[in-house]
Design a protein around this ligand. Sequence first.
Ligand code: FE2
Length: 324
Amino acid sequence: MITLGIESTAHTLGVGIVKDGEVLANSKSMYSPEKGGIHPTEASEHHYGNAVNTLKNALSKAGIQKEDIDSVAYSQGPGIPQCLQIAGVVGRSLSQALDIPLVGVNHCISHIEIGKSETGAQDPVTLYVAGGNSQVIASSEGRYRVFGETIDIAIGNALDKIARKMGIPHPGGPEIEKMAEKGSKLIDLPYVVKGMDFSYSGMVTKVVRMLNKHSKEDLCYSFQEHAFAMLVEATERAMAHLGKKEVLITGGVAANKRLNQMMKEMAEARGGKAYKAPLKYCMDNGAMIAYTGQKMLEHGVETSLDNSTTNPNWRTEQVDIPWL
Ligand SMILES: [Fe+2]
């Protein structure tokens, strides 16, 4: 079966093509704001404007014609409402025009599924860390359940907010990581873990208020050390609670080396193992939507036109996963 998947939950418009579980193409076009963060209307205009060429690009990379596609998957949520529309419109149009099945895919779950497939992790506790999401997720009783998450802003969003105040363009994470490597003084910041949940807004406010008192390098270093330790703590607690030995890190912030190092140390100290999804699948992409959509269709899950409306607040634990 050949499945085409469309991703458009935030800044990336992605089109992936998967044949029998193998990725044939993974094309993308990314919206980058000239200044500030993601502007929803501008991002959606970017996605509409690049939908056809990204689609054509993926078909040509896969060496197939649109008539060869057997099914269409699209990111149905969660995400920025204006951006989500594009995957929905393109997915529905292709499904109707080619008379092929349609399946709406949960974006967060697709990160987990392609991450498991690429790393070989069997039943990990997943730390999904990105601009809009920060969740500790694990399988339990036929669903992926969120065991811990941010109670205010996502870690990627926190990094972007600090970067903006430091004059670093979006996305700010990679530059903050470079500066953090040069920092050495650990400045005390609010460390907020409540049960399995965590919070970043107070830490961001404190860093911003101290911009004139400390070097950017020391502030970036201190932010990373505090913020990542909170994520590792929540992940470790989920592992202990569920008796799981594997961790999978995915999402844009998974690219951060320090976070991976801290997670690896924790997992190994528990006799477990930490896996990182390949960078191209940590970032938003169409291949993960195609891959997960194909798996859902193979297990009899299909989305009718009536139920195909996008859902910006679609929760990970609302989706039945037949193969868990
Ligand atoms: Fe994502």
